[in-house]
Design a protein around this ligand. Structure first.
Ligand code: C2E
Ligand code: MG
Ligand code: MG
Length: 528
């Protein structure tokens, strides 16, 4: 019972998955159904034109057979004296004997068969209409059919050598029909072959008025063809690969276009596109010295407006950029925007700084260090105005930690300042901060949020601030929203504040306006 249950689950799960994907498959199924519907309609016209082609080809085949038989008679003639000698009789017999089908060969002269392979000299009259037809024929060749006394009909081919005499050959009529019956049956045709007025095959089942009739222009025979349902089936299945090919191509085009549209709409595609095409924006949030009420610096925060979904939080797309391996390009873009900002605002650059967030992934990536080196070479005056923020929650293994510390040291040697961001939220506890000397500690906003007069968080903050003092680090409190929080932080000895209380992140030109105010007061605007 148990194993049956497992087996049923094994079948049900993939079936469920398949069912989930069914909506994607529906258009493909529809394309195939449409292609088959059109191909059924197309097959009707295709079969009709195929019948015409088949009819003409078969008439041509029969004409060729008659021509070939006549040619053989001309060759035979070269060995005959024409006087019906014993040798002539033997040559006629040998010709009949060599062929599986020929019943008799004869020589005719002035309207009579005067010598046959069976009887030798004879005087069998040839019907006048046959003589007329031989004379009327372009090739001087004709055919005839005759019911003999034994009720077995015989098929004749007459090939005239000159005006008065020639050769004829007698064949069973089935020989003529057998030539075509196999091909016609394979295509499922009903057919009727008529030589003069004789119907050669049993055509009871052919309707009186056949749809297609083909008449030989050389010899007196005609072929009537009726396509049956088997004919339509035959043509349908012989050409079905074309339908499958067309439906598959359309499905492929549909899937490729569908995938591209999906990819275009996806966040990944648009994010890559935004970084590549300068569609991300630089916002700056001021950091205020609460003792002097002046802006001392600002934090560079990336902003991105998705073409369909609108503004997306960096908390969503930064991890995505890390996953897609494009975070370094994003940081490089931010750095170059910050450089432009500093270039355009030399007064700000001389007295204040800009902090730039660095992904922890970049710390174990040599490429990132090299890009900073390039930046330092290009903008040597700006390096000192840039504070790189590194998050503390780094879950590095030992090898990565070693590499990160080496890179941090090298970055510091280039002249950049370093801050530990979101301090207090990481797993590495106080360890990481002791392994490298950072100049700034940014206390995470979760601690500030729960800060009120009798809050239990105060001792935690006190020990963080104490640690910063020990390690000779400046402290910035993030996420400060109320005056009460400012007053409590002031009492705890924190001088630098970043938060909505002072300002939301703003555009660079706005930041310049704020930072040029002699006494920084509260500023309100909607967050970006
Ligand atoms: P973060 O580096 O800790 O930046 C501070 C975040 O707190 C910003 O969110 C800022 O808008 C928000 N914030 C500031 N003051 C207040 C406040 O008073 N109350 C509240 N509730 N929030 C406040 P944002 O801009 O959404 O950025 C979120 C995080 O995304 C950043 O945290 C940072 O880790 C990351 N990020 C932003 N820009 C970049 C970037 O250019 N590069 C990298 N690698 N990460 C970035
Ligand atoms: Mg930050
Ligand atoms: Mg932070």
């Amino acid at each position: 019972m148990q194993s049956l249950k497992i087996n049923l689950n094994q079948i049900a799960d993939p079936a469920k998955k398949m069912f989930n994907h069914l909506p994607n498959l529906l258009p493909v199924i529809a394309i195939f159904l449409l292609a088959f519907a059109f191909s059924i309609l197309g097959n009707y016209y295709h079969t009709q034109s195929a019948v015409k082609k088949d009819g003409e080809e078969i008439v041509g085949m029969l004409e060729q057979y008659i021509d070939r038989t006549a040619s053989e008679l001309y060759l035979l003639n070269k060995r005959l004296s024409g006087r019906c000698t014993e040798q002539d009789k033997l040559n006629l017999r040998a010709h009949a004997f060599r062929s599986e089908f020929i019943k008799e060969v004869g020589i005719y002269k002035d309207g009579f068969v005067v010598c046959t392979s069976n009887e030798g000299p004879s005087t069998i009259p040839i019907p006048n209409d046959v003589i007329d037809r031989i004379h009327a024929s372009k090739k001087q060749v004709t055919i005839s059919i005759d019911d003999s006394t034994s009720h077995l009909s015989t098929f004749f081919v007459y090939a005239s050598i000159n005006n008065s005499w020639g050769l004829n050959v007698l064949l069973p009529p089935e020989r003529f029909t057998n030539l075509i019956s196999q091909r016609l049956k394979a295509s499922g045709y009903q057919y009727k072959l008529t030589i003069l007025d004789h119907e050669l095959n049993n055509a009871d089942h052919v309707p009186y008025l056949a749809h297609f009739a083909f008449e030989s222009t050389l010899y007196p025979f005609k072929l009537q063809l009726n396509p049956t349902s088997s004919t339509y089936q035959y043509h349908y299945f012989s050409n079905i690969w074309q339908t499958i090919l067309v439906a598959s191509l359309f499905s492929l085009v549909y899937l490729v276009i569908g995938y591209q549209l999906l990819a275009k709409r996806s966040i990944e595609f648009n994010l890559k596109n935004a970084i590549r095409n300068d569609l991300i924006e630089l916002y700056l949030q001021p950091i205020v010295d609460i003792n002097l009420n002046t802006v001392v610096g600002s934090e560079a925060l990336v902003r991105w407006k998705h073409p369909i979904q609108g503004h997306i939080s960096p908390d969503i797309f930064i991890p995505l950029a890390e996953k897609l391996g494009i975070i370094d390009s994003l940081t490089e873009k931010m750095l170059s925007m910050v450089a432009l900002f500093l270039q355009n605002n030399p007064k700000y650059q001389k007295t204040k700084y800009v902090s730039v967030n660095v992904s922890r992934m970049s710390l174990v990536d040599d490429h990132f260090y090299l890009s900073l080196k390039k930046f330092a070479k290009r903008y040597p005056d700006f390096v000192n105005s840039i504070l790189l923020e590194v998050t503390e929650n780094i879950d590095f293994d030992q090898k990565q930690l070693k590499l990160a510390l080496t890179n941090l040291k090298q970055i510091k040697n280039l002249g950049f300042h370093l801050a530990i961001d979101d301090f207090g939220t990481g797993y590495s506890g106080l360890n990481f901060i002791r392994l490298h000397s950072f100049q700034v500690m940014k206390i995470d906003q979760v601690f500030i949020k729960s800060l009120y007069s009798e809050s239990s968080i105060t001792p935690v903050l006190v020990s963080m601030i104490q640690l910063a003092k020990e390690l000779d680090m400046k402290v910035i409190a993030e996420g400060v929203e109320t005056e009460q929080q400012i007053e409590l932080l002031r009492k705890l000895g924190v001088s630098y504040i970043q938060g909505y209380y002072y300002s939301y992140p703003v555009k660079p030109q706005e930041l310049i306006k704020l930072s040029e105010q002699p006494e920084y007061t509260q500023y309100s605007d909607v967050p970006a």
